[in-house]
Design a protein around this ligand. Structure first.
Ligand code: ZN
Ligand code: ZN
Length: 346
């Protein structure tokens, strides 16, 4: 099969012909119909992820059709249209059996712990636990855009952030994660403030539900601006970018007993960002992480998509071919364009 392969961290990936994958006993092989481009792929390529062994095929936001299933798989067969969350739970460890597959002790992550979906085919382990059936009407590109940033934002806003109608939510960074969070929080009935450096992204944020925006490139004190708009601070705030400044601002702009959810990755030189600890204590702030979402939680999200309350297709950005993926991947170190880039031609 054709795949995007890198042999060394930080060196340009190339298109290569590699052996087709075979399913594990509890796994499937999926013919990839769409796969999203994500900053996590860039981090992996840069060598920031210890799970990756070389040579490697990146890609973790995928949708496609099952072409083969291992002998122990009971729920899936060739022809099924599916997607997966980027963290696949083993289904057997303590975290999985208590419903927290997103922090499984033996997690399978395509594009990290195994070869990923920047290829014509991808093998997915623990299929019965992690595959999600696609509604007939959902396009593959939309489905692929869900698996990482959209589901992580759903869990961050709904399950971790516990956002309630009428609350103020601040979203720092309007890339794929941030825009997803704005759409989801708005659908939950919250009042959302979008914060970014570029006016075009803030315009788009308003279109999908933000009631206020702050341009951090022209606002000297973002924290003060959030507090003014919200009359005292956000109830819930999220760093969707993953940067010491946005993380610090997101915690600092909370009102008393507010919840900060960190979704943007903090890797490499940013792994040990500083936090305003005295304020965390005095205001009884909650600091939460959010890491993917369990496959069984897709059902609630899919119903909100089916009824038109969430429109993830609006967040699909540029559609490109696999041949264009190496250059696009290397460019992910900069800021993303509007929406989620998806490979749809293989
Ligand atoms: Zn597990
Ligand atoms: Zn991703």
């Amino acid at each position: 099969m054709k795949a995007v392969v890198f042999e060394k961290f930080g060196e340009a990936p190339t298109i290569q012909s590699v052996p087709d994958p075979k399913p594990a006993a509890d796994g499937v092989v999926i013919k990839v119909e769409a796969t999203g481009l994500c900053r996590s792929d860039w981090h992996g390529w840069m060598g920031h992820d210890d799970d990756i062994t070389l040579p490697h095929v990146p890609g973790h936001e995928l949708a496609g059709v099952v072409v083969a299933a291992g002998g122990r798989v009971t729920r899936w067969k060739a022809g099924d249209r599916v997607t997966v969350p980027f963290v696949g739970g083993c289904g057997h460890c303590f975290e999985c059996t208590s419903g927290n597959h997103q922090v499984c002790e033996h997690q399978f992550q395509p594009g990290f712990t195994a070869w990923g979906s920047f290829a014509e085919y991808v093998a997915i382990d623990f299929a019965d636990t992690n595959l999600v059936r696609l509604p007939d009407e959902m396009e593959f590109a939309t489905a692929a855009s869900l698996g990482c940033r959209f589901v992580t934002s759903f869990r961050a806003i709904v399950d971790q952030g516990r956002v309630k109608p009428g609350e103020w939510v601040a979203v720092h960074g309007c890339g794929g994660v941030g825009l997803s969070a704005i759409m989801i929080a708005s659908a939950m009935g919250a009042n959302v403030i979008a914060i970014d450096l570029t006016e075009a992204k803030l315009d788009f944020a308003r279109k999908i539900g933000a009631v206020a925006t702050i341009n951090a490139s022209t606002t000297s004190n973002v924290v003060k601006a959030v507090k003014q708009i919200t009359n005292g601070g956000a109830h819930m705030s999220m760093d969707a970018l993953g940067h010491p400044t946005t993380s610090f601002n997101s915690i600092s702009n909370l009102r008393r007993r507010g919840r900060h959810v960190q979704v943007g990755l903090m890797l490499g030189e940013h792994a040990k960002a500083s936090v305003p600890m005295s304020k965390i204590i005095a205001f009884e702030l909650e600091i939460l992480g959010s890491h993917g979402m369990q496959a069984f939680r897709y059902q609630a999200m899919m119903e909100m998509i089916r009824t038109g309350k969430l429109n993830p297709e609006l967040l699909v950005g540029k559609k490109i071919s696999l041949d264009e993926a190496p250059a696009a991947l290397m460019a992910m170190g900069g800021f993303e364009g509007i929406g989620i880039g998806v490979v749809t031609k293989f």
